[in-house]
Design a protein around this ligand. Structure first.
Ligand SMILES: Nc1ncnc2c1ncn2[C@@H]1O[C@H](COP(=O)(O)OP(=O)(O)O)[C@@H](O)[C@H]1O
Ligand SMILES: [Mg+2]
Length: 362
């Protein structure tokens, strides 16, 4: 397919409509169609005139859509690649093109054999030097492999969440409250024994052991809390999250502001999900943000729960691919989705980070 094909096709078609001058005034499209580069890219590059009649169809388009260029040049792009299924969306795209001059997004397209796939499409209106639209160039590729990879990743993350929950339940049952109770009883007995002694080296030695046991009780309590947050049941979601914020961020010298307003009741399943999201978001502030302060807000009212964790740290670029081992954000998203919610992250380098989870209650 070269220059001639394009000129002949559009010329032949446009002669009857008296628009030939317009077509010839589109060297941009002709140059594009003639470019050797176009035949090598791994994207379908398709040009049409302003009526949607195909004027150029590169080699990768032949591969992707199954049609040879000679089959489709001169035909309506909507008939060839869209079919009835996505016609409404195609109209929408046309409208956006007319208004804004371009469109980018994903939608389902048709192959010659009737099969369909989701394509990422960038369409742009081409104008001549007078600014008059003379055609449209669309670049598209198949996003099925990406969607498949995302689905597999989500399934794996889902499994990871389940395994983590199973492991937590197992460890909690194993550790239980018992060791804490035994240690507490031992400490009490030691105290009683020490009281009977005269002050001196023996009493001091026992006091040391008492302190060791008390420290160990604290450690165990924290470990248990991390496994299954008891304060969640005992003192409720707001206290549990405030506790995490104070313990994690507070101990790292980050100023914590906490505000909550729970007008609506939050059931256990949602409370645990929100608690875990808060813990991960606050943990990220601690590990990555170099923040001076973090604000945590929790609202449950009018049937909706909102958790917002905002820091004044270094922020990050969401488009930079994350390290392979980074699962925190993906797990927060999944955790939120499991209870019917959505998680948004507003951030950019230098501008801090805001994580907001929104979910319906009841
Ligand atoms: N509050 C934050 N401030 C700055 N960077 C962050 C913040 N939260 C996350 N990030 C960035 O996003 C990456 C991915 O986070 P996450 O998925 O939780 O994985 P991990 O914490 O294991 O690295 C982090 O490695 C970090 O670069
Ligand atoms: Mg993390």
């Amino acid at each position: 397919m070269g220059d001639d094909t394009l000129r002949d096709e559009t010329g032949a078609r446009r002669d009857g409509q008296g628009q030939r001058a317009e077509t010839e005034a589109a060297p941009e499209i002709e140059a594009l169609a003639a470019s050797a580069l176009l035949e090598q890219v791994h994207n379908a590059v398709i040009a049409t005139d302003m009526n949607g009649v195909i004027t150029s169809w590169n080699r990768f388009a032949e591969h992707l859509y199954g049609w040879a260029a000679s089959d489709v040049i001169g035909r309506d792009i909507l008939d060839v690649t869209v079919g009835a299924g996505s016609a409404a969306q195609a109209q929408e795209i046309m409208r956006s093109m007319a208004e804004q001059g371009s469109w980018e997004g994903e939608f389902e397209v048709l192959r010659k054999d009737g099969s369909r796939f989701v394509a990422h499409v960038i369409d742009a209106v081409v104008r001549d030097e007078r600014g008059i639209p003379v055609g449209v160039v669309g670049v598209s590729y198949d996003v099925t492999p990406r969607i498949r990879a995302e689905t597999e990743r989500d399934a794996l993350l889902q499994r990871l969440l389940e395994v983590r929950d199973e492991e937590r339940t197992r460890l909690t049952a194993l550790l239980g409250d018992e060791p804490v109770q035994v240690l507490t009883a031992a400490a009490t007995r030691l105290t009683t024994a020490r009281m009977r002694l005269e002050p001196g080296p023996n009493a001091d030695a026992i006091a040391d052991v008492e302190h060791m046991i008390e420290r160990e009780i604290q450690h165990l309590r924290h470990a248990l809390f991390d496994l299954e947050p008891h304060t969640l049941e005992r003192h409720g979601l707001a206290s549990a999250i405030e506790d995490v914020a104070d313990r994690q961020a507070g101990s790292a010298g980050i100023v914590v502001t906490f505000a909550s307003e729970l007008t609506d009741a939050v059931d256990d399943v949602r409370a645990l999900a929100v608690y875990r999201i808060a813990r991960e978001a606050i943990g990220n502030v601690l590990r990555h943000a170099s923040a001076r302060s973090v604000s945590v807000e929790l609202h449950a009212r009018a049937g909706r729960l909102t958790l917002q964790v905002r820091d004044d740290g270094i922020g990050f670029d969401r488009d930079t691919p994350r390290a392979a081992g980074s699962t925190g954000i993906a797990l927060m998203q999944l955790e939120c989705a499991r209870v019917g919610g959505t998680l948004t992250i507003e951030t950019s380098p230098g501008a801090g980070t805001e994580v907001v989870a929104r979910l319906p209650l009841g």
